[in-house]
Each structure stands twice: as C-alpha cells, then as structure tokens.
Design a protein around this ligand. Structure first.
Ligand code: ATP
Length: 199
C-alpha cells in the first residue's frame, strides 16, 4: 500500500484545487520557506482524522480553511482527498484503489467519505488500524517527532510497538467485547432484581 494521490482544495494556503501524484518509494517535497510544504503533511494528517488542531499548527479547526489573501477571498470550505494504492491488498476487503476524503465548511459542518461513500471518523480510523498509517500511526513523523518518541513514557512506547506489530485492532475489539459483556451483566442483574420483586 502506498500514497498515490492527494487532492487539496481550500485547505490552508491551497486556495485553488491542487493535485499531487506520488509513486512507490521515497518522494521529497522541496520549496522555499513558507511555500506550503508542511501544509501538505497537515492535509494528510487532517484527512486521516486528526482532531488536534494544535498538531495541525492552528488555534481552531476553522484555521485549516483558506483564510484569504490580498488577491483572493477566503474559501467557504476545505477538502482533502487522499488516494491509496491498495494493489498489495494491505487494506483487506477493499479495492485496488481506496480514497478517503474529509470536508469542512465554515459553518462547522463536516463530512468524511471512504470511496465517495459518506462515513464516520471511526470508520476512517479503523480502515488504517494496524497499518502504521492513521491517527496513531508512525508514518508521519513531524519535526521533533523522533525526540518525542525517545522521550515517551513506557506506556506510550508500548502503544507505538503495538501499532507496529498490528495488534491494535484486536485490542480495540477486545475492549468493545468487554464493554458489551459488562452491559449484558448489568442487564442480567436488573432482570434478577425484577424477578425477585415479582416473586
Ligand atoms: P518552512 O520551510 O518555513 O517550514 P513550509 O513550506 O513548510 O515552510 P507551511 O508552514 O506549510 O510552509 O506554510 C505556511 C504558509 O501557509 C504561511 O504563509 C501561512 O500564511 C499559510 N497558511 C497557513 N494557514 C493558512 C490559511 N488558513 N489560509 C491561508 N494561508 C494559510
């Protein structure tokens, strides 16, 4: 699996639609200071479901929408579409090409979609779980990121290794199953109480 295309519209400094194509292997983005290199990695983080505006170098989520310049008016929304090549079948049960999109309007309305089908943030997180990409992935390492990993607590380090070896989805499923078991136990307790009352 590799990042194949990125379409950015109205996101940060990219007022007009921009499409980037990547090939397998290493790609480098070069350009003068302030030209928008980091905004590209921000766009990738954002479409993968980043919720922390601090990590996107803004103050409020609306800051990701193009805020206008002397020559251009602000845009009403930001949209990022990321296309993954899934030729190796890393994303099980998904076609050869998988697109993930996120759109945010100034009104605060937002939408995620997988292969153009509207979905929830949870679906975007679960598709990339254990792949190294996604919210808790280690594919995007920002400036200072290595130092942060070195300074991580044992618990945080453990999460990084768990994602790398691919057990996060099992842990999530286990937690969900435990929650359901607890709910069922509560229902059983309630039923028992009612039965005692009736008898
Ligand atoms: P450096 O090499 O210095 O790290 P860079 O190429 O990574 O720079 P970015 O940080 O990606 O540059 O882009 C910074 C530019 O993006 C600034 O000019 C800033 O004004 C612009 N920018 C950020 N958010 C918005 C926004 N919402 N609307 C318009 N422009 C924005």
């Amino acid at each position: 699996m590799f990042l194949k295309k990125l379409h950015i519209t109205g996101f940060k400094s990219f007022a007009d639609p921009v499409s980037l194509e990547f090939s397998k292997g290493i790609s480098a983005i070069v350009g003068p200071n302030g030209s928008g290199k980091s905004n590209i990695t921000d766009a990738i983080k954002w479409v993968l479901g980043e919720q922390s505006i601090k990590s996107l170098r803004g103050k409020k989520m609306e800051d990701v929408i193009f805020s206008g310049t002397d020559k251009k008016s602000p845009t009403g929304y930001a949209e990022v579409v990321l296309v993954m090549d899934n030729g190796d079948g890393s994303l099980v049960d998904y076609p050869q090409e998988v697109s993930i999109s996120r759109k945010l309007y100034r009104s605060g309305d937002s939408d995620y979609a997988i292969n153009k089908k509207s979905c929830k943030l949870k679906d975007v997180h679960s598709i990339f779980m254990d792949t190294g990409l996604g919210k808790n992935g280690y594919s995007l390492i920002s400036q200072g990121g290595i130092e942060n990993i070195i300074a991580s607590s044992p618990g945080e380090l453990r999460s990084i290794f768990e994602e790398a070896v691919g057990i996060v989805s099992y842990k999530t499923k286990k937690n969900e199953a435990e929650k359901k078991l607890e709910q069922t136990q509560n229902h059983l307790d309630r039923l028992r109480d009612i039965m005692v009352e009736i008898e």
